[in-house]
Write a protein of this length. Sequence first.
Lengths: 347, 237
Amino acid sequence: MLTLSSPHTHGSNSTSKVMLTVILATLPGLLVTTLLFGYGTFINVLLAVATAMATEALVLKLRQRPLGFFLKDNTAALTGVLLGLALPPLAPWWITVLATSFAIVFAKQLYGGIGNNPFNPAMVGYALVLVSFPLHMTTTWAVPMAVDNSAVPGLLDSVAVIFAGASPDAFSGATPLDAYKHMIDSQTSSEVLKNPIFSGWLNGGWEWVNLAYLAGGLVLLWRKIISWHIPVAMLVGLSLCSLLFGWDEDMYAPLSLQLLSGATMLGAFFIATDPVSAATTPRGKLIYGAGIGILLYVIRAHGAYPDAVAFAVLLMNFAAPFIDAYTQPRTYGHKAARRGLIAKSEK
Amino acid sequence: MATKTLRQISLDGLWFNNPALVQLLGLCPLLAVTGSVVNALGLGLATMLVLVGSNISVSLIRNHVSDAVRLPAFVMIIASFVTVTELVMQAFTYELYEVLGIFIPLIVTNCAILGRADAFACKNPILPSAIDGFMMALGFTLVLIVLGAMREVLGQGVIFSDMQLLFGPQAAGWKVELVKDYPDFLFAILPPGAFVAMGLIIAIKNIIDERLKARAEAQKAPVEAGSKRVRVTGKIT
């Protein structure tokens, strides 16, 4: 018998378990999306996870790293799940495959694999296809049941659109953010909101998806997988900007739409909180989250794209090491915190 | 400076000291205009004309210009050749000149050209300088063409499109459509795609270099004689 000194208890969290919890926490969102928008997102998630695992295995083999050890950590699967959830439900299969393999190969493995990627891999993949295929990425969003019950694609319809290249026109429509952005140029807010895609409680389905992601995010908070700083700072940053600068509903999308449409909640709780590419100090996380919220508002309101979670997150990924360097907390035993470049040069 | 043989000069320019892959010079035009083979070839040929001309001229005046004013003199020479090239392109390939736009006058600022003038041509006689300029430019052009081909295929699913801009009307049919109904992959056409493709080409060159080195060492290694001691731990020595 070995006698070990105390402490005898240890945390039961491993990377693999944490990532699995995050994946499970996305399930409410996936479920609601599938119920309201049809099977497209469900198929995308499966396809993206399969692609992520396959490309991860391929690159690990090329890099001569142990396959089982790294595949079991579930990070590649999580990247696949997030991409599958973020992509338009009716995007053709090759967009999903391209985005996922680029995310794993270029954004993750080429930088050294798990823990070494400066950018969020899922968002790199998303930005790649968003910039490259603007047509396919804007015309393949499904419309929810509340808008047009007959237009929700069944399983076979989804498969036909995604894999066989059938036209998605019968099932697709503009997203609320996109529609609002374009229509508000020539109409008043009350006229725009008469449009069927705003027919539900707020925007006919997207709000339920966002609430489901919010619920999943709260589970992550409760399980202490993520801290409150980044999501709260991001949502507050977005809300403040929207209230201060975008209060005129006849010019900009209202706050309710900003918070409960597009990828806001998915971004706040699942994407911005990526432990590798986000800021890590408590105060740094607040700045990082607020930066994403502000950029999200600015690009949504004034940029060319209707939604901007990917760009906002990637831009703040650039800033994360800088933020961390200047927000180091005081170390116990030291009189003052060592911050910035001075702290680095003293080492 | 030890004089190099013409063979060494050529190999340096084409491979071992390739301006694009090893010196990483002239990246601005390299990344900006390599969206297609014809653009790449046009810029490569223009650069070649300037580089050979400037190398020969610099070599000619190398004993008559003092060190203090050599750089302004070199830049003057290069600028003159760029102007000549620009006028020639305007006369014979006007559409291509329009496509390449600002990147033709910008050849003046291509560090590879001033670099060869200062590092080689001002220290060597005319023939080696001319060969050096030609081979460096050829190496540069080959990289441009590979990059242009990669980006054209990935970006548009075609290759050799618009070759008539450079080779006249009979080249209009050279375009090969590799994939039917290819959705334009804008990433490959935009500058970020050029960076990624360039990185891949450099990586491939490094792999080849490592293989060459390993093979050379394997051939050099002496045949060991005598018995070997076998250790339980560590390697067999």
